[in-house]
Design a protein around this ligand. Sequence first.
Ligand code: CDP
Length: 214
Amino acid sequence: MKIAIDGPAGSGKSTIAKQIAKNLNITYIDTGAMYRAITLYCLNNKISENNLEMIENALKNIDLEFINNVIFINKVDVSSEIRSPLVTNNVSNYAKIVIIREFLQKKQKMIAESQSIIMDGRDIGTVVLKDADIKIFLTASVEERARRRLKDLSNEGYDVDKNLLTEEIRRRDEIDSTRTHSPLKKAKDAIEIDTSNMTIEEVISTIEDIIRRG
Ligand code: CDP
C-alpha cells in the first residue's frame, strides 16, 4: 500500500500522516525533513544555494538516514535542528535546486520500493509515488496554517511573530508552487481536503474512510 499526502506549509500533513502510519502499522516518511536536513548541512558548511559545484560535492558527502522518524546526517541526530526558523526560512531556496530534488526523489523512491508506506511532501502524488494507491492533497487557509504553526513553534520554545510567520508561509508556498522542477501541485487523481475547519481527528478519520473504500 502506498499513500501520498501533499499540501502547503502547515496544512497538517505530518501530524496526520504520522498518526495514520501508526494506525495502519506502516512506515511514515517525512520528505520535508530530508529537504530541511540538506538545507541545514549547506547552511552549517556555508554552501550557498547558488554554488552548484559545492552542492554537488556536498551531496556526495552527506549520509542521510531515517530511523524511526529520527533523521541523521553523517550519524548525527538533527531532528530538532532542522525545525529551526533559520532552516525554515531557507529551505525552499535549496528545495528548488534540481540536483537536490533528483538526489532526494531517488532516495524516496528507493525507500518506498520495498514496503507499505505513507509519505508526505509537495511532489509525492505527482512525482515520487506517481502510482500511489491513495493520493490526498491537504489545504487550509493561510491564517489557519499560521495559527497552527505558531502553536507548534511555541510548544518547541520558539517565540515568533504571527504576522512574520504568515508572511513566511506565503513566501514559502509561492517559491514551492512556482519552481520549475516538481512544484507543489495537486495530482490530477488526488482527493483534496480543506482542513481549515476540521480537527486532526476529523481529518484522520476522513482519510481512513477513503483508504477503506480504496
Ligand atoms: O512542515 P512544513 O509544512 O513546514 O514543511 P516541510 O514538509 O518540512 O517542508 C519544508 C520545505 O521542503 C518545503 O517548504 C519545500 O520547500 C520543501 N519540500 C519539497 O520541496 N518537496 C517535498 N516533497 C517536501 C518538502
